[in-house]
Write a protein that binds this ligand. Structure first.
Ligand SMILES: [Zn+2]
Length: 332
């Protein structure tokens, strides 16, 4: 319990740092009202900015009230840190039969994932405020993920390859390639890089497909680099789950947001981030509960599903193109 309180407090601070970092990256080009006062355009000192956490920062010069979004970011990050830690340590939401790390989760994988959540928060803020996913967040994130995966060798949600699709499995349990057991660090590196390539590669294909079909760039390069980072932190199997869940998150939140605010909302990055967080929280359910381990043991099935999903995506885009090209009168 004291550990959980500590993690929630750390989450609150991390959310605030994410907000300040995002403001540093966006201002002065985009007035987000954190570092630069919206009233007198004066810069608010960095120390004051970092120390004023639970309330909006009031401008010391003109007394202009600060904005509430940084406080909302802190609160949501604190909730996300607390929820993930509780689910991991108490709910065993990531504990699967095949992966038995020697180190306790709270010493090893939990901090790794909390850093990941912090990076996702920062990206969500910049994407919501200005539709950008800066490389200065993604590049350090990817390097950190790959380096930690290599150094630790046991941060994986699931190993890079686990075979449940065999008669042998019924007698002796899942088959793991022999080299993985003897080369823990190499496996960590391969695991992270496979995730990176899966995330970036599929998003890149979606970007090219969307551009060709719609005739205009529809998916930003930022979404491709974001998926590279998500892949490097999670491995290829969870990354495929993120890509499958993100459109559902978009549908629910996009429609909900449209109904509540009357504003249509086009940034895709936050949906990817939320989907990644959901997969972290329900990994055991996906792997063992709905038995994705069977699908992920059989590469022709995976290839078929990815190809099918990509075809469905293209059909959807063609539909969108036809819908857009209809004259406005005919739509009424
Ligand atoms: Zn001011």
């Amino acid at each position: 319990m004291p550990f959980l309180i500590f993690v929630i407090a750390a989450g609150f601070a991390a959310g605030h740092i994410a907000a300040v970092w995002a403001a540093l990256l966006l201002e002065p080009e985009v007035p987000v009202g954190l570092r630069i006062c919206r009233g007198c355009r004066q810069q608010i000192s960095f120390v004051r900015l970092l120390l004023t956490m639970a309330v909006p920062v009031t401008c010391p010069a003109c007394r202009q009230a600060g904005r509430w979004w940084p406080v909302a970011a802190s609160t949501l990050t604190a909730a996300a840190f607390g929820l993930l830690s509780w689910l991991m340590l108490e709910g065993h939401c990531q504990t699967v039969t095949e992966v038995r790390p020697a180190m306790a989760l709270w010493q090893n994988r939990l901090p790794f994932h909390l850093i990941f959540v912090f990076l996702l928060t920062t990206v969500t803020i910049t994407d919501l405020l200005d539709y950008v996913i800066p490389d200065s967040i993604i590049i350090p994130g990817v390097c950190l993920a790959v380096a930690f995966a290599f150094l630790s060798g046991e941060l994986q949600l699931i190993h890079v390859w686990v075979n449940w699709d065999d008669d042998y499995v019924k007698l002796y349990g899942p088959y793991l390639p022999e080299w993985m057991k003897h080369h823990q660090h190499l496996h960590g590196l391969v695991w992270s890089l496979c995730g990176l390539l899966t995330g970036a590669g599929l998003m890149w294909a979606a970007r090219v497909g969307a551009h060709l079909i719609l005739g205009v760039p529809a998916i930003g390069l930022g979404d491709v680099t974001l998926m590279a980072m998500i892949g490097a932190f999670m491995g290829w199997q969870p990354t495929l789950c993120v890509l499958a869940i993100a459109p559902l998150v978009g549908l629910v939140l996009g429609l909900g947001g449209r109904i509540l605010t009357g504003r249509s909302f086009v940034a895709f990055g936050p949906y990817l981030c939320i989907a990644a967080f959901i997969v972290l929280c329900i990994w055991r359910l996906l792997w063992e509960g709905i038995q994705l381990k069977i699908i992920f043991s059989h590469w022709p099935t995976i290839a078929g599903m990815v190809a099918g999903a990509f075809a469905a995506f293209c059909v959807l885009l063609v539909g969108l193109r036809i819908f857009r090209s209809l004259p406005a009168e005919r739509l009424r």
